[in-house]
Ligand binder design. Structure first.
Ligand code: URA
Length: 259
C-alpha cells in the first residue's frame, strides 16, 4: 500500500473512532477491528516492498485531524466504559514525550501505577527504566502507555471486552504521537495490537507492521523481573532493542554478557 494511502486510511480511522465515541459508542468488538488493525506481515518483508524511507512512517495525519494527547485524555473523562472503571483508583493514561520517536505499550496498570496514575512506576517500571537507560535514552524522551488504562483486579490480564473498549484510545494515542517505532511489551500488548494469539516468544525478535509503523514485540519487564537480570530473556530483550535502535539510526551501546 502506498504511504499516502496508508496515511489517509490511518487518518480516517482516527476520525471514525472519534465520531463513534462522540456518538456514544464505547467499544468495538476486536473481531470487527480485525480487518483494519490486523497486519502481521513482518516489517522486514513489507519494508522491502515499500518504496523509500517515508514508507516506514507513513502516518502523516492532516493537521486538521491531528489531536493532542491532552485532548484524547480529556475525551476519556472519568471513564466507566468497562468494568475496570469500578475498581481503579486512578486512570493511567500515558506519559512521556508526545512527539516521541519511540513508543512503548504495556499491558495495563498494576497496583503502583493505579496508586500514582502513571504507567510503569513499580517494579516492572524499574526494569523498563533500565532497558530505556541501556538504550541510552531518557524516560522523558519516549512515550509510555498501556493497552488498558485501568488496573485489572489482582493484576490479571485484561479481558477481551476491556481491551476492545480501551483500544480506540490507544489507537488515537499512537496516531497522535506518530512514533517511528512501537515496542509492544509482553503478550497482551503484542497480541492486542497485532490481533493474534501467537505467543510472544514467536512474535518477538522481528518487526511487524502496525498501520505503517514498525512494531517490535518483546518480553514484558515483569517477565524479566521473574527471570533475573542476566537471564537469556533479558538478553533477548536487548537483541530486540538493538534492532529498534538500528531502525531509529541511533547508536547501539556495546553490552557484554557476564557469565
Ligand atoms: N505493567 C504494565 O503492563 N503496565 C504498567 O504500567 C505497569 C506494569
Amino acid at each position: 500500500m502506498a504511504p499516502s494511502t496508508k496515511a489517509h486510511l490511518f487518518a480516517s480511522l482516527t476520525a471514525y473512532l472519534q465520531d463513534l465515541q462522540e456518538s456514544g459508542v464505547d467499544g468495538i468488538p476486536l473481531e470487527l477491528m480485525k480487518p483494519v488493525i490486523s497486519d502481521t506481515t513482518p516489517y522486514a518483508e513489507s519494508a522491502q516492498k515499500a518504496s523509500g524511507p517515508s514508507a516506514t512512517t507513513g502516518q502523516d495525519i492532516p493537521p486538521e485531524l491531528h489531536e493532542t494527547v491532552e485532548q484524547i485524555r480529556k475525551s476519556i473523562g472519568a471513564c466507566q466504559r468497562c468494568k475496570l472503571g469500578a475498581t481503579r483508583k486512578n486512570l493511567v493514561f500515558g506519559t512521556g514525550n508526545p512527539k516521541a520517536r519511540l513508543l512503548f505499550v504495556g499491558e495495563g496498570p498494576g497496583a503502583d501505577e493505579d496508586a500514582q496514575g502513571e504507567p510503569f512506576v513499580g517494579d516492572a517500571g524499574k526494569i523498563l527504566n533500565r532497558v530505556i537507560a541501556a538504550m541510552e535514552l531518557k524516560r522523558e524522551e519516549v512515550y509510555i502507555c498501556n493497552v488498558v488504562k485501568c488496573r485489572p483486579p489482582q493484576n490479571r490480564p485484561p479481558e477481551s471486552d476491556e481491551v476492545s473498549t480501551c483500544s480506540p484510545f490507544l489507537l488515537r494515542q499512537i496516531a497522535s504521537v506518530k512514533p517511528e517505532v512501537i515496542v509492544a511489551l509482553g503478550t497482551s500488548a503484542a497480541q492486542a495490537l497485532l490481533q493474534t494469539k501467537t505467543p510472544i516468544s514467536k512474535l518477538r525478535s522481528k518487526f511487524h507492521d502496525f498501520h505503517g509503523i514498525p512494531l517490535m514485540p518483546t518480553y514484558h519487564p515483569s517477565y524479566l523481573l521473574r527471570s533475573g537480570g542476566n537471564s537469556d530473556s533479558f538478553w533477548s530483550v536487548w537483541d530486540d532493542m538493538t534492532q529498534v535502535l538500528q531502525l531509529l539510526k541511533l547508536p547501539v551501546p556495546e553490552k557484554t554478557r557476564k557469565r
